[in-house]
Design a protein around this ligand. Structure first.
Ligand code: GLC
Length: 424
């Protein structure tokens, strides 16, 4: 019995990814598509892949999911791409990894899939992030920028407009919490766990105070970090649990009606609006606040599609990337999953805007969002900085101590790597 199973496994393994199609003499190509779990209805992407298969009868696309957490996905990819024999043909990558993966020679150039003329319609930030030494190494799939969600019903009830400055946010949150006397209601939730999401929040707060984490005015940087800590420790508008929170846990909390303000990416919108959601029809979205005298500074995020250099099915993977990033697929992903298209023409597409009117407000926010440093060393840098910010958030280090370490470490890591343009 055991021997039989082993023989079967050996036969399957030797057939590898190209199998003889049953009942036909055509070879069947199996493509493995690895990507992080998308929020919302997973069937949407599966249906799209079945559609691709119908158009390519000799191809089967097998989805393999990774956890949504960006850092955990990075760890998996770095391990599996490093040997030169990745067990997948297509991968979803965070916008911050393209430089690193391209420099390491892990992902193939994709210039033919998206010609320079076609790139014109894409948001420029993601295209820049995907271009390494003049060659496109990934095709942007959807684009993200940090935004502020607020409970419109609660602000209306207490006569407030959404805040434009961080201090206004604090003031409004305190007044609404006092007036509501609802022990379950938090004022402001954000992503405070030690991971990439926290980097984004810290960058948004510091940049909206006219500085940055590793460069720029020291006092204003300390002030920004202190602000994050104080939302928890001094103002009492942010629950301590935020120091463990990621996108999904904050989305759940806000979605259950337990928060007045939330920093998150735009994907949360359609989930908050879906049937049965306790906050359906009660939510608004505005640009993130800034400190007075400065402007809102959302971080540019988003995901791309890339192909390992080792894939033996480069041509058909290229077709799959074109299909998944085509205007039609982008429209469907935006309508059915609420992810923001990377193609700008879709932001004036009436049929899409009717269903997703928010896209109109998001357009300028996405266009103005500021990238994290576009460098192959970004992850090194982020991983050195994350524990320091986290230590401030939980009150283990002062902003001054943390910034001392951050600036010293980043200088060590980057040396001359962060070019002058990236510094500004
Ligand atoms: C979102 C963004 C991504 C960012 C991540 C951080 O997925 O699209 O760019 O790195 O959040 O948690």
């Amino acid at each position: 019995m055991m021997t039989g199973i082993w023989i079967l496994l050996l036969v399957l393994a030797s057939v590898g990814c190209t199998q003889a199609g049953e009942g036909t003499d055509r070879a069947t190509t199996v493509l493995v598509f690895k990507h992080g779990k998308l929020s919302g209805d997973g069937r949407v992407l599966s249906e799209l892949l079945r559609e691709f298969e119908q158009r390519h009868p000799s191809v089967i696309v097998r989805e393999e999911l990774l956890p949504a957490d960006s850092d955990r996905q990075h760890q998996y990819y770095a391990m599996n791409l490093d040997g030169g024999k990745a067990p997948f043909d297509l991968l979803g990558i965070d916008t911050i990894w393209a430089q690193e993966f391209a420099k390491a020679g892990w992902i193939a150039p994709l210039d033919e899939i998206l010609t320079p003329a076609e790139r014109e319609d894409f948001f420029p930030g993601p295209i820049e992030a995907a271009t390494f030494q003049g060659r496109l190494h990934a095709v942007p799939w959807y684009v993200d920028a940090g935004v502020l969600y607020y409970r419109r019903d609660l602000l209306d009830r207490h006569g407030f407009e959404p805040p434009r400055t961080w201090l206004e946010l604090v003031r409004i949150a305190k007044l609404v919490l006092d007036a509501e006397q609802d022990s379950k209601l938090a004022g402001f939730v954000w992503q405070g766990k030690q991971y990439e999401g926290l980097m984004c929040v810290a960058l948004e707060v510091l940049r909206s105070n006219g500085t940055d984490l590793w460069v720029g005015d020291r006092d204003r940087a300390e002030y920004g970090l202190r602000f994050l800590r104080e939302t928890i420790a001094t103002h009492g508008i942010t629950p301590l649990s935020t120091s463990m929170a990621d996108e999904e846990s904050t989305r759940w909390m806000f979605g259950e009606g337990h928060a007045l303000f939330m920093r998150n990416w735009p994907y949360a919108w359609s989930l908050l609006q879906q049937e049965g959601s306790p906050v359906r029809g009660k939510v608004g979205v505005v640009p993130l606040p800034a400190f007075s005298g400065f402007t809102s500074a959302p971080v540019l995020g988003g995901w791309m599609l890339a192909m390992p250099n080792s894939s033996t099915h480069q041509e058909v993977v290229g077709e799959l990337i074109s299909f998944l990033t085509s205007p039609d697929t982008q429209r469907r992903i935006a309508m059915e999953l609420g992810y923001n298209p990377v193609r700008r023409a879709l932001y004036t597409d009436q049929s899409l805007l009717e269903l997703r009117p928010l896209l109109k407000d998001l357009y300028p926010i996405l266009l103005g969002a500021k990238p994290r440093p576009v460098t192959p060393y970004y992850l090194l840098l982020s991983q050195a900085v994350q524990p320091e910010i986290s230590a401030v958030v939980v009150g283990r280090k002062s902003p001054k101590e943390a910034l001392d370490v951050i600036r010293r470490r980043v200088d060590q890591i980057m040396g001359e790597q962060i070019s002058t343009t990236e510094r500004h």
